[in-house]
Design a protein around this ligand. Sequence first.
Ligand SMILES: C[S@@+](CC[C@H](N)C(=O)[O-])C[C@H]1O[C@@H](n2cnc3c(N)ncnc32)[C@H](O)[C@@H]1O
Length: 366
Amino acid sequence: MSEPRASLARQAAGDLDKLVSELVANGHITDPRWQAAFSAVPRHLFVPRFYRGDQQGTSIVDSTAGDQWLSAVYSDIHLVTTEDVRSSSTAPSLMAGMLQALELSGNERVLEIGTGTGYNAALLSERLGPDQVVSVDIDPELVAQARSRLETAGYRPLLAVADGVNGYPDAGPYDAVIATCRLDYVPAAWLQQLRPGGVIVTPLGAGVAVVRKGATGEAAGQFLPISAYFMPLRHQPEPEVVGEAIQVALNGVGVSRAYRFDASIYRDNEARFWLDLTSPDVRVMTVDGVSVAIRPDGSWARLADGLVTQGGAGTVWSDVEAAHGDWLAAGRPPREEHRLVISDAGQDVFLVGRSSPIHRLKPLPD
Ligand SMILES: C[S@@+](CC[C@H](N)C(=O)[O-])C[C@H]1O[C@@H](n2cnc3c(N)ncnc32)[C@H](O)[C@@H]1O
């Protein structure tokens, strides 16, 4: 090894030890077997560069940035790894929380949806052995890069380019499925490819659901007490009309009234979880100091000076306000007080201890 490479490896090893110690000290890693896996896999091999956006635009940070690159890679932060912001390396604490929620004993076969950099697949390979790990991503370039990085790190799990909505039947059945992109509904294929007693850990809205499959095919479980803002699952091509819809929301003529809640309700982590669960189609953003909400049905709202102005096909902000009012009336329940039950009838979210659902999830488009 050349001296610069040896010096990089030494510095990275020190930074990795420090990060793992912090994750343990902060209670994010509680299982010594996962501590060993995190200590064995160098994150910098999987994140040779990342993208950082600021007011000046987007810049690449890589090994030429020296300490800046390595210290970010060995920090508990998520790093955007493609210029088009379609992939990222998840924050290590969130990864640890999700991996530990799989409750693996060490002999399981696991399917990961969303290979991304390959770092999570490397951690699973370290823990279970690469032969037990299958990981798919919809993006061929990412899969090729992840394959080469995994090989450099000494792992050869089965990687494939596939739409994760379909799981990966060729290599199943699985004891566990873990997804690292945001969904609003659990694909039926994952349950079909899961053995009875198997577990699914998946971002759902702004939370992480952990459901276990029962003997008769249904599945149920609770949400983790951690917030999760993952990149959305790419399933169907998105119509590129968001920019247009925002302009309509900013300038359209609609019906105005005093608002009950402003857009700051989306800054409350637990309120946001409920809103994303019950109104997953709504996008809320601030443009030049004005908050706007849009929905794919063409409904829009603009909030300014104590007034909401709404137009289009529906009343998006009235619907958001009603959902938020329901959350307040339910006693502001946090994520972990929600339970997901998947049956032939549908996918229902309950508050723990209650017998009627608060919401039925909307199936994914075919
Ligand atoms: C947050 S990144 C995954 C991070 C990754 N687990 C890692 O360790 O770096 C989310 C990934 O999901 C992938 N993805 C999005 N839609 C997908 C789909 N329909 N099927 C499979 N992968 C998908 C994206 O290409 C992206 O790489």
